[in-house]
Design a protein. Structure first.
Length: 469
């Protein structure tokens, strides 16, 4: 092994006789993935030098020069004229190098007072995720709005409702689509609630015990748009539950997309023929010219597994860490970076797919009563005639058995045969043996009847704009 004693820009090492081995330097290096935090690091540093100036460690002139230098550095980073070098250990060391190049070593060297990379990174990951939560939240809000629009476009269309993936009861297509909207709204609520915990600044916690320089952490928090400083310096630098919570919400968004994707994949098959996907949101086969594949839905389903893997990997990293900071926490960033990248590329494609797919209304209406899906309506009709549900269930089951033996649907059973099954089955039972009647009757809270669907649409129209960041 060789020692790397020159060219390194590490922010530590003065008590060491030599530099880290090449192997250690390679293992420690994180700048290849944490460079995306550069603008957040610079924003944090601009806030930090305000605390230094406020506490008397920088003159007004020094603060102004440093702030101008940081603005210039941020511009260089944005333009790509300043980039990390292989010898930079992390984003912090790279940017300190850049600041010193602009402001000079004496003035640039004052910036590190009163802070540690530990409280820096704990703050940066929060501010980064807060911004990304807004981007993801807006995309999820867009999907909710698309689902509401598709529900409005298909009011009055019936489809088969399923449990255990078997025909169960007829439902409104609009009601089914909105059933996919509400979990996404809860995901948006979770993001909103998460912001309360994420919007605290660890700046000022130092390595773990706070600082002795009298720096006001409220200044940094205010400058970064955060609610205030964290309450405990050890917790501030050692905990990543805020990151894990974001990862959980992101994985749950992926799961909700995956559940809808599973249906879309099935619905697009020739056997179901519920929907037709738009050409611009489908792919073909390299060997079978006729194929039209639901790739977006399949990728959403697959990427949900990736998101779950990111979450579980992060949780495994956190599970055994003693207080306070441990280098293991370097592993907190790549999982959520991957989750952000995954969702921000997946959601636009998914939204386009849902917005453009066509429903085969005739097919949905035709299959809505299939599989004796009106049997529950018969049982409940009997209950309204003062038959106990136990007996009503038994009578309806015998009626279904009769239909299976004779190849009939429920509404096709002759009056005389219904009477033979049970005298309680009088001809007026036919009033409930229609899909329209079944759907209309389910007007209880949250039901599939049109008034309840319209209430959901109105509620979602009010909710969705509130979540736009």
């Amino acid at each position: 092994m060789s020692s790397q004693t020159s060219g390194s820009n590490a922010l530590w090492g003065s008590r060491f006789d030599g530099g880290p081995s090449d192997a250690l330097a390679a293992l420690s290096r994180s700048v290849h993935f944490d460079w995306r935090l550069a603008s957040y690091d610079i924003a944090g540093t601009r806030a930090h030098i305000k605390t230094l100036q406020s506490a008397g460690y920088l003159t007004v002139a020094e603060h102004e020069k440093l702030d101008r230098s940081l603005v210039e550095l941020n511009d260089r980073v944005a333009q790509g004229s300043f980039v990390a070098k292989p010898t930079d250990e992390d984003v912090h060391s790279a940017l300190e190098r850049g600041l010193i190049e602009i402001a000079g070593v004496e003035l640039g060297g004052k910036v590190r007072a009163g802070r540690s990379r530990n409280d820096q990174i704990a703050t940066l990951i929060r501010t980064y995720l807060l911004d990304q939560a807004t981007v993801i939240g807006n995309l999820v809000t867009e999907l909710v709005e698309i689902l509401v629009t598709r529900a409005e476009e298909n009011l009055g269309v019936a489809m088969p409702g399923r449990t255990h993936f078997q025909h169960a009861q007829p439902v409104a297509l609009s009601h089914h689509l909105l059933a996919h909207a509400w979990p996404l709204v809860r995901d948006l609520d979770r993001l909103k609630d998460w912001r309360v915990r994420a919007s605290l600044s660890p700046y000022g916690a130092g390595a773990l015990a706070g600082n002795t320089l009298g720096l006001d952490p409220n200044i940094v928090a205010r400058e970064l748009g955060l609610a205030g400083p964290t309450q405990n310096s050890i917790d501030a630098t050692a905990s990543r539950d805020v990151v894990a919570e974001f990862a959980f919400i992101a994985s749950l968004i992926g799961i909700n997309l995956s559940r809808f994707s599973e249906e879309i994949i099935i619905w697009a098959s020739a056997e179901f023929d519920y929907i037709k996907l738009h050409d611009s949101y489908s792919t073909g086969s390299s060997i079978m010219p006729q194929k039209k594949n639901p790739d977006i839905a399949e990728l959403a389903r697959g990427k949900s597994g990736r998101l779950i893997g990111d979450l579980t990997g992060l949780l495994a990293t956190l599970k055994g860490l003693p207080l306070a900071y441990n280098r293991d926490l370097q592993e907190d960033k790549e999982p959520v970076f991957d989750m952000v990248d995954t969702l921000t590329v997946l959601l636009p494609a998914f939204n386009g797919m849902v917005a453009t797919l066509e429903f085969n209304r005739d097919r949905l209406e035709q299959l809505a009563p299939a599989g004796f899906s009106l049997a529950t309506d018969v049982a409940e009709w009997l209950v309204k005639k003062k038959v106990s549900f136990r007996d009503a269930h038994d009578i309806t089951g015998r009626m279904v058995s009769y239909c299976e033996q004779h190849g009939l649907e429920l509404h096709e059973v002759p009056d005389s045969d219904m009477a033979a099954i049970a005298p309680e089955l009088t001809p007026d039972v036919r009033d409930v043996l229609t899909v329209g009647g079944s759907i209309k009757a389910r007007a209880g809270a949250g039901g599939t009847a049109l008034p309840r669907v319209l209430e959901q649409i109105a509620a979602l129209r009010k909710i969705a704009p509130k979540h736009e960041g």
